[in-house]
Write a protein that binds this ligand. Structure first.
Ligand code: SAH
Ligand code: SF4
Ligand code: F3S
Length: 477
């Protein structure tokens, strides 16, 4: 995915059809669309794997599908509206093909459960994030005339043994899911309800997946989890080793193990949580050239009282201290964040503290949102969603404007510098231009010349916008 600029964030919630070549042999055709975060995109690859093993073929043509599955997001109300609109559009296909199976997967399925069947009359199937192994059975239930629902959450499911069918188009950069669920209870967040308890995946299967991706020509993997810093294998939360004959694996150790698969394989990770981020993670980043110098560390607010209400487990000072720790160990680190504007009771002064924190950190990039109240969350039960819509909107705009300024300044600082760039493909705007990313996760566009997708190239930065660096290749890196 090419990075979109901050204010376009809601566009990243648009569904991206899976562009998989349609085979012509007989069998049911599956059309999959993913919304929301990288975890969902990664889960769709598990779903594609489970269903293709059962004889389905993926297609990128909605019109020829026998089964349409939308892997949905529930993080903000707007994300759910996008899916409802899409379901309405799909209804017209159902008129042409009465046997069409329409299913809702993912977080919205988990949040609304069978209620969705009543609300969206043409949905036949509901499956939550831990129920994908049962999809073939659920679909055959429908063929037998029943509506199919499985929203059971699991404490163990990690899909560790399932080799995902890669649905990305570039063949260069892939996701590896290392854990599922979330045990934090941020008061605004629906994820603990939609994805269940946190569990880590066996590191051996993670390394095998990284090796297999490398063999297939991939050059970059992103280790995914809602809170990667609490990844833990063979060791309890209290630090007791479970099996003495095996090595305990922390997130820092896991990153090191993946980094050692090959110096040619780049490693990224998402998402870190400030309260769990430890120094050894920064040290491993500094030690291995192929672990990218980039960290996404969501702050949410720059005011300690709001952070407390959000139940984030850190204060403004603690967060700033973590940022300093990372910069002291990895001096050229790229940094990005998530910010929520207009959380319950947020005053003008508290909002100003978010802006002032941004001034101190000067993020390279940020995802910025208006607070959207989510049913059943702690905030919904305890606090009033009392910041008026226009105020939320104005505060968000101030945050976006400041971030745009910082993004531009950050890019301007890179003028004249040369970066090692992994080429991800042709630029969307021109076939004569390639695009890739540097270690800090900045997108760089440069003339194609002799260079190709998948190569590491040294690129000198000659120009920039707030969103993109523009340069010229110097040689192979
Ligand atoms: N696990 C990650 C984030 C998951 S959700 C973390 O802990 O940081 C991605 C982002 O969506 C969050 O960081 C937050 O900024 C935003 N978000 C979550 N719930 C929201 C809500 N109810 N309203 C607005 N933004 C929200
Ligand atoms: Fe949501 Fe907080 Fe968990 Fe992130 S850490 S997924 S914001 S509850
Ligand atoms: Fe959305 Fe679920 Fe991800 S709510 S952000 S798809 S974990």
């Amino acid at each position: 995915m090419e990075k979109t600029l901050n204010k376009d964030i809601d566009e990243t919630l648009q569904g991206t059809p899976t562009m998989v070549k349609t085979e012509t042999y007989a069998g049911k055709k599956l059309y999959l669309e993913s919304y929301g975060c990288q975890m969902n995109f990664s889960d769709s690859e598990i779903v594609a794997s489970i269903l293709t093993k059962n004889g389905y073929q993926t297609t990128n043509e909605l019109n020829e599908a026998d089964v349409v599955l939308l892997n949905t997001c529930a993080i903000r109300d707007k994300a759910e509206q996008t899916v409802r609109n899409r379901l309405k559009h799909i209804q017209s296909n159902k008129k042409n093909n009465p046997n069409l199976v329409v299913g809702v997967l993912g977080c919205m399925a988990e949040r609304l459960k069978s209620q969705l069947l009543e609300e969206e009359k043409l949905v036949d199937l509901i499956a939550g994030p831990d129920a994908y192994r049962t999809l073939p059975d659920l679909i055959s239930d429908i063929d037998d005339g029943r509506k199919a629902v499985n929203v059971l959450l699991s404490r163990e499911e990690t899909y560790a043994d399932i080799a995902p069918v890669r649905l990305d188009q570039n063949g260069i950069s892939a996701f590896i899911s290392i854990m599922r669920g979330c045990d934090n209870m941020c008061s605004f967040c629906v994820v603990p309800f939609t994805r269940g308890r946190e569990r880590s995946r066996d590191p051996k299967t993670i390394i095998e997946e990284a090796k297999s991706l490398l063999d297939q020509g991939y050059k970059e993997v992103t280790l995914l989890g809602q809170n990667v810093d609490s990844y833990r294998w063979n060791i309890t939360k209290k630090g007791e080793i479970i099996n003495k004959d095996e090595e305990p694996v922390s997130f820092a150790r896991l990153m090191e193990m993946v980094a050692l698969v090959s110096p040619d394989l780049r490693i990224r990770f998402s998402t870190s949580h400030p309260k769990d981020l430890t120094e050894d993670v920064a040290q491993v980043m500094a030690k291995y050239e192929n672990i990218c110098n980039y960290i996404h560390l969501p702050v949410q607010s720059g005011n300690s009282e709001i952070l407390d209400k959000m139940n984030r487990g850190y204060t403004r000072d603690w967060y700033l201290n973590r940022m300093e720790m990372i910069r002291s160990i990895v001096p050229d680190v790229g940094m990005s964040t998530d910010v929520i504007a207009g959380f319950c009771d947020e005053t003008e002064e508290q909002h100003q503290e978010t802006l002032s924190l941004m001034e101190i950190v000067k993020y390279d990039f940020a995802y910025m949102f208006k607070y959207s109240e989510r049913p059943k969350t702690l905030a919904e039960r305890k606090f009033e969603d009392n910041v008026p819509e226009e105020v939320k909107k104005r505060r968000l705009q101030e945050i976006i404007d400041l971030q745009m300024k910082h993004s531009l300044e950050s890019n301007q600082k890179d003028l004249g510098k040369t970066f090692k760039v992994l080429v991800e493909g042709e630029s969307k705007k021109s076939q004569d231009q390639l695009f890739g990313r540097n270690s800090q996760n900045k997108v760089i566009v440069f003339p194609k010349e002799k260079y190709k997708k998948g190569e590491y190239v040294n690129v000198e930065v000659l120009n920039c916008t707030a969103a993109t660096l523009i340069g010229k290749a110097i040689n192979y890196a």
